[in-house]
Design a protein around this ligand. Structure first.
Ligand code: UDX
Length: 436
């Protein structure tokens, strides 16, 4: 089998490399010539564990190739995947579909033989149908079947998620498209991965519903954490106590500073907008968005309160900047709400993140913040310390060494990575989320 993957971003690269690993011949296309040139040499523009190895192996075995020539990539392909970006449109929060439609049109124009056009990008319900109309209009002479095949990859564990998914969703009304996609995913039959075959509209909605539900689940436990703090209860025991009910499930009940990342904020907003415009408003989703935004903004106030009401002139260490560990991704990270507010309140920050500092520099204010080479260096002489991302190396820090490095004794652990008793024993005034 042979496929083209349009878009060498996160989804396109991971999916392309994984399909190649399945034995498919994959051509990844992008308009960014510098990116393609780097990829040809095996240099990966994103941080994703295991991806460099997978790309290098499949480049060497010639199952994977990179090009800027879309027409060449489409030639002879059984299927073409669209994995281009769908950012939030400025102003109204709707997903910006211009890249999807432009790519679909280019593919249709370049096609020489019947093919299956598969949307992997996250697109609002109704988009696949519009893509179908577009390709029919551009190429009435050619049988281009359209399908929706959403991805459910988590950054940091994307390869494992692709290779061992909970399910594969295939949305199409074309028998041929379904067959081609089933063949592409054949290696997953061995591990009995369920295939959910639906219409295009349903597949598109499954993706948004999944992300909105997960965002809601996190937001729910965050609210319970606040309640636990007020009531003197422990949110981890609440999470375990409810999560053992199979109807609820234990995952995604870890409290924190609010969810971020490239998907949840953007997709919940797009779903809320779609629901509004279809006259079926999704009030729970709308509330989730508002509660999460307010939470991220409130985290800085928590820090200020823990420092006695003012951080003016204080040195504050910040551990972790990315929206979660094992990624360099800063998109909608809680740090983007917390750090500027603390700087504005007069604090001097020294931050460390194992992978995100380069991206952080571009997004955070230049004044009032410096970057350290390690966690202990960031903590050196600090009056207070805030942990924003639960990188494993922070879990391993010794409370005593941390205490010895710092001048002050205030720690805000916004991911609950440390043991409260051990932190208190080391002499800290330790604050975490939803624990007495
Ligand atoms: C998510 C979905 O998991 C994935 O299926 C979808 O395709 C894309 O969006 P990702 O954004 O990579 O993946 O990260 P994820 O691990 O889901 O975390 C999202 C955010 O939620 C992070 O900010 C994380 O810190 C937060 N989170 C997650 C919590 O605060 N608590 C939890 O229990 C889980």
């Amino acid at each position: 089998m042979r496929i083209a993957m349009v878009g060498a971003g996160y989804v396109g690269l991971v999916s392309g490399a994984c399909f190649a690993e399945f034995g498919v011949e994959v051509r990844v296309v992008d308009t960014d010539a510098a990116r393609i040139a780097a990829l040809r040499e095996g240099r990966i523009p994103i941080y994703e564990p295991g991806l460099d190895r997978l790309v290098a192996d499949n480049l060497r075995d010639r199952r994977l190739s990179f090009t800027t020539d879309l027409a060449a990539a489409v030639r002879g392909a059984d299927a073409v995947f669209l994995a281009v970006g769908t950012p939030s449109r400025r102003g109204d929060g709707h997903a910006d579909l211009s890249y999807v439609f432009a790519a679909a049109e280019q593919v249709a124009r370049a096609a020489e033989d019947p093919l299956v056009l598969v949307t992997k990008s996250t697109v609002p319900v109704g988009t696949g149908r519009r893509v179908q109309e577009l390709v029919r209009r551009v190429r009435p002479d050619l049988d281009i079947a359209v399908a929706s095949n959403p991805e459910f990859l988590r950054e940091g564990s994307a390869i494992g998620d692709f290779m061992r998914p909970d399910r594969v969703v295939i949305g199409t009304d074309s028998e041929r498209a379904r067959e081609v996609l089933r063949r592409l995913y054949r290696p997953l039959y061995l591990i009995e991965t369920p295939i959910v075959a639906t219409s295009i509209e349903t597949a598109e909605l499954i993706k948004y519903a999944a992300n909105a539900f997960l965002a809601m689940k996190i937001t729910f436990i965050n609210e319970m954490a606040d309640l636990c703090e007020a009531a003197g209860a422990d949110v981890h025991d609440v999470a375990r106590g409810i999560g053992l009910d199979g109807r609820i499930g234990r995952k995604f009940l870890h409290p924190g500073p609010g969810y971020g990342g490239s998907c949840f904020p953007k997709d919940t907003l797009a779903l809320a907008r779609t629901a509004q415009s279809l006259g079926a408003p999704a009030r729970l989703v709308e509330t989730t968005i508002a509660v999460n935004e307010a939470r991220k903004a409130r985290m800085a106030e928590r820090v200020i309160a823990a420092c006695g009401g003012s951080v003016a002139g204080l040195a504050i260490a910040v551990l972790g900047l990315t929206f979660k560990p094992e990624t360099d991704d800063m998109r909608d990270a809680p740090s983007l709400a917390v750090v500027p507010r603390l700087v504005e309140a007069g604090a001097r920050l020294r931050a460390f993140d194992p992978a995100g500092m380069e991206n952080a520099r571009a997004l955070l204010p230049a004044a009032g913040i410096e970057y350290a080479a390690g966690a202990l260096e960031a903590a050196q002489g600090a009056d207070a310390l805030v942990l924003l991302t639960e990188w494993n190396e922070f879990r391993a820090l010794s409370p005593d060494r941390l205490r010895a490095a710092m001048r002050g004794d205030v720690v805000l652990d916004l991911r609950n990575v440390w043991d409260p008793a051990a932190m208190r024993e080391a002499g800290f005034r330790y604050h975490s989320i939803g624990r007495p």
